[in-house]
Design a protein around this ligand. Structure first.
Ligand SMILES: [Zn+2]
Length: 85
C-alpha cells in the first residue's frame, strides 16, 4: 500500500476532515480524534481479507517515518502551536 495522493484520496481526506470538524472538537480532544480515526481504520480493515489486513497494517507501519516527516513539514508551514497539551 504505497502512499497515495490521488484525487479520490484527497476527496476522502476532505470528507473525513469535514466530518471531524463538524463535531467541533475542542483542542484537548486531540486524542479522541485519533481514537475515532483508529476505530474507523479498524472498521475498514474488517472488510478486507486477512492477507490484505496484514499488508495494509505492514504498509502503515512502514510509512510512519514519512508520516512524521510530513506532519513536521505541515506543522512548520502552519505556524500554529501544538494542540495536544
Ligand atoms: Zn484481500
Amino acid at each position: 500500500m504505497p502512499m497515495d495522493d490521488s484525487a479520490k484520496v484527497q476527496q476522502l481526506k476532505y470528507a473525513i476532515s469535514k466530518a471531524i470538524d463538524e463535531c467541533e472538537p475542542e483542542a484537548d480532544d486531540w486524542h479522541l480524534i485519533f481514537a475515532a480515526l483508529t476505530a474507523v481504520f479498524t472498521f475498514y480493515l474488517a472488510a478486507a481479507c486477512p492477507d490484505c489486513r496484514r499488508k495494509t497494517t505492514d504498509a502503515l507501519k512502514a510509512n510512519i517515518p514519512v508520516m512524521l516527516n510530513n506532519a513536521a513539514k505541515v506543522a512548520a508551514m502552519s505556524g500554529l502551536p501544538p494542540i495536544c497539551h
